[in-house]
Structures are given as C-alpha cells and as structure tokens.
Write a protein that binds this ligand. Sequence first.
Ligand code: BG6
Length: 479
Amino acid sequence: MSKKMPKDFLWGGAIAAHQAEGAYKVDGRGLSIADVMTAGGNGIRRQITSGILDNAYYPNHEAIDFYHHYKEDIQLFKELGLKCFRTSISWSRIFPVGDEQEPNEKGLQFYDDLFDELLENGIEPVITLSHFEIPYGIYEKFGGFQNKKVIDLFVHFAKCVFERYKDKVTYWMTFNEINNQADGQDPLHVWTNSAMIIDEGQNKEELVFQAGINELIASAKAVCEGKKINPDFKIGCMMAYVPVYPYSCNPGDMMASVKANERRYFYSDIHVRGKIPTYATKYWEKKGLNIVVTEQELEVLRQGTVDYIGFSYYMSGAISTLKDIPGHETADIPGAKIVKNPYIESSDWDWPIDAVGLRYVLNTVYQRYDVPLFIVENGFGAYDKLTENGEIHDDYRINYLKSHIEQLEKAVIEDGVPVIGYTPWGVIDIVSFGSGEMEKRYGMIYVDKDNEGNGTLKRSKKKSFEWYQHVIATNGSDL
Ligand code: BG6
C-alpha cells in the first residue's frame, strides 16, 4: 500500500470570476446578477437591487481587480507552487446580455490571456462555466432558469468557450454548487444559481426544482457538446456537500438525516447516474409539484453524465426529531430540526468546523457513485489582523487547512478514494459571496482592501503562504 499522495495530485487554489475580477463594465462586459448584490455583513444579508442604485455599495464591481492584476497574482501562485488554479468564466463578459448569437471578442481574449499566463507558469486552469453570475439580462428577459429557453442560452455559451479554449483547458465544471439553492431558505441562493426572484403566492419549491432540473438538462447538453469538441475534456459537476448527521441514534433522527441528505444528493444523483431518483418523483407526487421534463430531456440526462464530482466542503450539519433539542425547523423534513452539533466548534461566522466530515464526505460520496472526486473548495473565512510590521500570523487558518488535509490524505491513502486534487477556497483574499465582505478572508495572500472598499489592493503573503508552499513541495507528506 502506498503511503504517499499520488505524484500527479493537483494541489491548487480557487476563486470565482465575480468575487475577484472587478472590471465589471470593462471591454464590453454586461451586467451579471452578482453586480446587483450590495455588501452585507457578518449576519447581515446582502440585498438584491433592481439594477444598480446610485447610493448603494456593490463590492463585486471592483473586487480585487484581478482583471488587471492577474499577471502579478499568477507570479505569487507560481511561487506558492500551485499545480492548478480554479476560476470561472464570467458569462456576461462573453455574452453581455445573454441571448446574443455572437460573442464579445474582448471577453474571450481576456480568458485566452489568463489561461496562457497560467499555462506558461506551469499551472493548469480548472474552469467553472457558471459560478453564481448569470447575465442580468437573462433575469430581465427570461426570468432566470425556470424558463426552458435559458437551457439553450447556457449551451450556446458553453459551446463557445469549449471551442475557444479546447487546447488550453481540460478540467471543466458546469454549475457551481448547483444544489445550494435547495437546502436553505436563503433567497440569495435562488438568485445565484437560477436568477429567480420568487413572488409571494408562487410555489417556491416547485420553481426551485424546475430551475434545478433545467440546469441539470443544460449541464448534460453541455457535457455532450463538450465531448464532441474535445473527447479528452474532463467535465464535472460541482456540489456543495454539507453532510447532515443524525443528532442521535434515535431511528427518527437517522431517517431525518437520510431525507436531509437526499435533498443534496438529488443533483449529483442526476449528474452522475443520468436519471431522476424515485425519492424525488415520489416527493413531487406527494406535494403535487408539477415539474416539466420531456422524454427527450430524460434522454439528454442519460447521455450527458459527468466524468467527476467537484465539490466544496466547509462544514457539516446535524438534524434531530427529538422534542427537547433546540434548533430551527427545516421546511422539507416535517418534524425535524437542524440543530447544533455539540462536538464541534464554529467560526466567527458560525460555520461549524468539522475536519473529519471531509473524510466522511469523500467516503460516502465515492461509495455512492464510484467516480473520481475533486475538492474544489475548502477553507477558513476569518478576520486577519496585521502586526506592526504588516505581517499576518494566521495560525487559525493553517490549523483548519492542516486538519482537513490530514483527513483528505486518510481518505486517499487509507480508504482508497480517488481524489484528483485540492483547491482551497479564496487562495487570495476575495469578496465573500454570502456576506459581500472583504474582511471575511480565506486567502494565503492578503489583499489590502476593507469592507467599505478602501485600500491599495496591494498583495502580501500571510504565514499560511509559506506553510502551504511547503505542503505542496512535499506533496502533502509534511503538514
Ligand atoms: C461557496 C461558494 O458557497 O462558498 C463561493 O462557491 C463562496 O462562491 C464560498 O465564496 C464561501 O462562502 P462565503 O460566503 O464565505 O464567501
């Protein structure tokens, strides 16, 4: 038995276009749905405005201006030793409104330059097609992914970039965290994957399932088209895996956990197995949900299965049916509550910290699907403090990453789970998606910018930079 990580393991780092690039109106880019999200705060929800308001602050408009700083940033990534770098393509840079026939050449050129720069520096690009930033025009004209016309708009976009970058990119993912709109009550989640605002009186559950199915069809069609363009492409899905543990061994808690996890698995079940699971069709029947899927679309789902599962892992959850355990109700599982797990700590944003949960996910997901896995997000959002010399001693981040990499290595070396790579989230500080803050930092590279948008955008290395550099240099054998 090998006691080492595979030689070709892809140690990397991840960001997303809208959280980093800025330059939101440059070179013909159209507005994306991320551009109308204001800054929130720790515990304060971001607002979605109707267009851009004069008196609101939109942190994604400038973000860390990766658009103009990527060369300098890639030099730091190279020094860090990254083997791969995950980012996304801003759809509205390529199709500014979303329904154009012809792409915006300047937008395409930007990603040519970015991918060339990565490749010249020995870093493999890992690309998400849609990471929470559908063109705003698709919301305005079509009402988002509830509308089946948007399937073809996505496929047109996917074909265009597959064709353009067919010799530069091998690893692709279709929709970022496609499932996160289903397992929470946060209206932002319906926004970011599906570009939908649910009006009072509309059946949210039905719309979310319909949009989800439409996205799964769009993904499957894109996979089929991608394989025609380059049969060597590896096209994956992207899931947010937040395993929901039973709070106790009470059979009611066990069953509630199965049901809660189904809500998440629904998406990867279709992506990987190519068919709609019976637990879903039974549930739609029971709730009287009318989800439209044609025979032809079912065939597309069968054909367009993914090569691997990319996923984010940040935390686990717990669920209970016991009356005396405090928690909050979960709409989809009557009689059960999402509760605090007393065995684990939480971050400043109240995100549970559970390193063993990563090994649990790797094992359970691999056992369920038998396809390679790729951890494309994992990380610790924290407040960083500069010392008088301008240094950041982020031992808390090192501890988080170290404990998770230990579990990843156990899954690979002891359990035999095939994992393609590991790209910690926000390898360089970027705008937080959930709260719109700059000061919820994940990076190993600090960016001088605060929550109000002040700062020089200067980049500097944190203590975790040197630590991760050593992890990569030793292929994970010395943490
Ligand atoms: C994932 C998203 O949900 O979590 C990222 O794919 C996001 O876009 C990340 O940034 C961390 O969440 P947050 O809210 O701390 O930025």
